[in-house]
Design a protein around this ligand. Structure first.
Ligand SMILES: Cc1cc2nc3c(=O)[nH]c(=O)nc-3n(C[C@H](O)[C@H](O)[C@H](O)COP(=O)(O)OP(=O)(O)OC[C@H]3O[C@@H](n4cnc5c(N)ncnc54)[C@H](O)[C@@H]3O)c2cc1C
Length: 551
């Protein structure tokens, strides 16, 4: 397989040569750099590449060219290489056109000329886009193969785990793929116990636990040291943001994540309301960047480790891990977020993870190509998933219990425009019908009492969020809903909590135990969302320093 190409197009020879020089200097070893002085000529080259089975990772294209503008070129080029990332070079006066192009051609970035020095203005942008392309593009497969069936929750868990940890894998369904049966035979395995994972080194794992899988793919699962400045529990936006800032400040940080970093945000097909990403960013891309940033500053990240409990030993806070092993720190930040409750329907257990999925659509959407699916929920996470699913499925029926949705306007506009989406208001799911797999659902209109059977191959659930704070139920003060109380929420009628030992009030994000803080969706009073969670995580770090000054 030859190297993927980066294609630069500009009619101005001096600029074209400068782009080529900068591209070659940084990316010449890894990518083939191709330059062209017109859109028409470049399209010819792209057709040739396509015929030879080669691929393009990135276009860097000038907007102002005679005959064919940069945007017109990208409109054509993306039909040939839809996965390639797209950067438009613009003059200041073309900014408006570039912003329009974000929607028109899914432009990834526009760079105002000149971009000198490239180390500051050019390479950081391209590095991010090329990393993203590498992580999301299917090259000839040399990685992990997962053999299983769509109707197994163990298979869903393994796929979800790999996807959320950005580990590329190939899914081979035993019902649809001959290679799957061939692989099972070669490993003397059968179709009863799935998933079976085949690794490039020739080894296999049958129905592995998350921890076995994490160890096999080289993720850290045990702490390096016994004691840290701060332990952060939960690797969603709040935990990751605190990790980046705290470790950049020089604190020794251990982040413990039960499954894979990213949290709920890691499940988002496209976050469009986060500062600095005008054309949105996928949850997995945001997570990959944040994890790289946290690691770069020295945060140690453990995955597949769940904190079961927190013990106090004087000023030391001890996190009890799933294997009954422990790790200690001066401070703890609880950033365990929230997750969706499982549906309360008779017999639901057999469908959970095997046709009924909670909070996630991106791992399974492509398995329901041209089928009808059901989405339950009226918030932003449901809306994003409806739009994402509609790229694959024939029809998305949406059940909303009330008479209106609560998702944001920018999502509503796209949903209203989408012919594949049908919304049923005042309607609830009451029964799932199927044999080996889900075939239909029975729904009930709460106003008329009428029931109806609808075709559905899968159900995606985005309702009933619950804060993940049970593990500190005996230690910290929480609301009835399970949200952790912090700061002045703990002071009632001027009185601090009875167990509060310090001669000061709890700090803003501090819980009812000094030195234990809470941030993000798990905290009482926070506005749910990526920006609020990262803000909380960030704010917690300045409180760490204030707390350290008191002990
Ligand atoms: C599909 C979807 C799309 C969304 N889209 C958007 C959007 O576009 N814009 C927006 O602003 N918001 C969006 N949200 C909401 C946003 O993602 C959340 O508000 C945000 O992720 C909360 O961050 P957090 O760090 O507080 O918690 P979470 O993201 O919930 O992360 C908590 C983490 O803690 C881990 N954990 C829990 N308990 C333990 C334990 N005991 N030990 C170890 N680890 C533990 C969990 O596994 C999880 O990874 C979306 C949510 C979903 C589900």
């Amino acid at each position: 397989m030859s190297k993927a190409a980066i294609v630069a197009v500009d009619d101005d020879t001096a600029v074209l040569n400068a782009v080529e020089r900068d591209l070659r200097q940084k990316y010449g070893r890894q990518y083939r750099i191709i330059k062209s002085d017109s859109g028409g000529q470049a399209l010819g080259v792209l057709s040739q590449l396509k015929l030879r089975g080669e691929t393009v990772a990135l276009f860097v294209v000038d907007q102002r060219m005679p005959q064919m503008t940069g945007i017109q070129f990208l409109e054509e080029a993306r039909l040939i290489f839809p996965e390639a990332r797209k950067v438009l070079l613009t003059a200041y006066s073309d900014t408006e056109a570039a912003i329009q192009a974000i929607n028109k051609v899914s432009l990834d970035y526009y760079l105002t000329k000149p971009w000198e020095p490239p180390q500051e203005h050019f390479y950081p942008v391209l590095d991010g886009l090329l990393d993203d392309w590498t992580a999301n593009t299917r090259l000839p497969f040399e990685g992990i193969r997962v053999v299983g069936t769509l109707w197994s929750s163990a298979c869903h868990e393994v796929k979800d785990f790999l996807a959320r940890n950005s580990i590329p894998y190939q899914w081979l369904d035993i019902e649809l793929n001959e290679e799957a049966s061939r692989l099972l035979k070669s490993a003397c395995a059968d179709a009863v116990k799935v998933p079976v994972l085949f690794f490039p080194d020739g080894s296999t794992l049958v129905v592995p636990t998350h921890q076995q899988l994490a160890e096999k793919v080289g993720l850290r699962t045990r702490p390096e040291r016994p004691f840290y400045d701060v332990i952060i529990i939960g690797g969603g936006p709040a935990g990751l943001s605190a990790s980046v800032i705290a470790s950049a400040d020089g604190l020794k940080v251990l982040l413990i994540e039960r499954q894979a970093p990213g949290g709920q945000a890691g499940n988002s097909p496209k976050i469009e309301n986060f500062l600095g990403f005008p054309n949105g960013i996928t949850g997995s891309d945001l997570t990959r960047r944040a994890v790289a940033q946290a690691r770069r500053f020295g945060t140690e990240i453990l995955t597949t480790q769940e904190v079961k409990n927190i013990r106090l030993e004087g000023n030391t806070r001890v996190a009890v891990l799933s294997e009954e092993s422990e790790v200690s720190a001066k401070m703890v930040l609880i950033a365990t977020g929230s997750w969706f409750r499982t549906l309360d329907l008779p017999g639901i257990e057999r469908w959970n993870g095997a046709g009924v999925y909670y909070g996630a659509a991106h791992t399974e959407a492509s398995n329901y190509q041209d089928q009808e699916v059901l989405v339950i929920g009226a918030g932003n996470s449901a809306a994003q998933s409806i739009l994402f699913l509609s790229r694959y499925v024939r029809k998305v029926t949406v059940l909303i219990r009330g008479s209106a949705s609560t998702w944001s306007r920018y999502l509503d506009v796209d949903i209203q425009d989408n012919a594949k989406v049908n919304i049923l208001y005042n309607t609830e799911l009451i029964e799932i019908l199927g044999d080996e797999q889900i075939r239909e659902v029975r729904v009930k209109n709460g106003q008329t009492g009428e029931t109806e059977i609808l075709p559905a191959a899968a159900v995606f659930v985005f309702i009933g969020q619950k804060p993940q704070s049970e593990f500190v139920a005996d230690l910290l003060q929480r609301t009835e809903s399970g949200h952790i109380l912090t700061g002045l929420d703990l002071v009632r009628d001027g009185k601090r909590p009875a167990s509060w030992p310090a001669s000061r009030d709890p700090m803003l994000l501090e819980t009812s135990v000094p030195g234990i803080f809470a941030a993000g969706d798990v905290r009482n009073g926070t506005k749910h969302g990526v920006a609020a969670a990262t803000g909380d995580g960030n704010a917690a770090v300045s409180l760490f320093w204030q707390y350290l000054a008191t002990i």
